[in-house]
Design a protein around this ligand. Structure first.
Ligand code: ADP
Ligand code: NI
Length: 233
């Protein structure tokens, strides 16, 4: 029997009517594709990062609303074109083609592409803005995973991946004004807290994420206090 009749459950998504079972199959396929692509990145950007961002996004979606299909697809795919690990332009094309080959409607895939292209912290300097409730939720969910205990672990994982020092009192933290300088910086990992991580609390866009960020932010402040009390003895 045709699956559309078999389930009897349909959802309007973007410009397409789709059965729930078809949507689930698309999510399963996109999940295993993204998992494969992220196999060789550092521990801070691996599949577990995607799982945590999904959990954060779900919490935000439950309170803030938005289209979960778009949010879920954007979370699953958001780090596949990460320029820290991949050729961004090439991977953006691959992501778009993958969504097309899965039969995802154009409204949904265009929205997902916009979210992915504008998500990164470094995109704040490109001047091209994009906004939607789904964008805010995905960006806040990703940024929540950059702070708190996990944020600390991820920063030192990335620093280790790049062979950076934990700290160096002779290298002071910078305030960046363009993406190139931010990306090229090879400063010690502790500087990243001042250059990005401690700024994220006030950059959250949804009220729910603003509240969730407070405790994680305070935890990082406590960590830094302890860190300096140990290194400055
Ligand atoms: P986005 O995910 O918004 O593009 P980034 O690529 O700047 O942001 O960073 C993603 C995560 O990678 C950070 O939250 C951090 O865990 C790690 N990271 C990036 N740059 C650095 C750095 N210079 N030092 C330590 N960790 C970093
Ligand atoms: Ni991410």
């Amino acid at each position: 029997m045709n699956e559309w009749f078999y389930t009897g459950l349909f959802i309007f998504t973007g410009n397409q009517i789709i059965s729930i079972s078809m949507q689930n199959r698309i999510i399963t396929n996109i999940t295993s594709w993204a998992k494969e692509k992220l196999e060789f990145v550092d521990a801070g950007h691996d599949w577990w990062h995607i799982k945590r961002v999904l959990t954060n996004a779900k919490k935000l979606h439950q309170i803030e609303g938005g289209n979960w299909y778009v949010i879920e697809l954007a979370v699953l795919l958001h780090d596949v074109p990460d320029p820290k690990f991949f050729d961004e332009e090439k991977m953006l094309v691959e992501v778009e083609q993958k969504m097309k080959s899965e039969g995802i409607d154009t409204d949904t895939s265009e929205h997902v592409m916009q979210i992915i292209k504008h998500l990164s912290f470094s995109k704040q300097w490109t001047g091209k803005a994009f906004d939607s409730l789904e964008f805010r939720i995905v960006q806040d969910a990703d940024r929540l995973d950059a702070i708190g205990a996990i944020g600390i672990a991820r920063a030192f994982s990335y620093g280790g991946h790049k062979g950076r020092d934990f700290y160096d009192p002779d290298v002071s933290s910078s305030v960046y004004s363009n993406a190139d300088d931010y990306r090229k910086s090879d400063a010690p990992t502790i500087n990243h807290f001042y250059e990005k991580l401690l700024l994220l609390k006030d950059m959250m866009k949804t009220e729910t994420a603003k509240t969730m960020a407070i405790q994680r932010h305070e935890y990082m402040e406590g960590f830094l206090k302890q860190f300096y009390s140990e290194v400055e003895k």
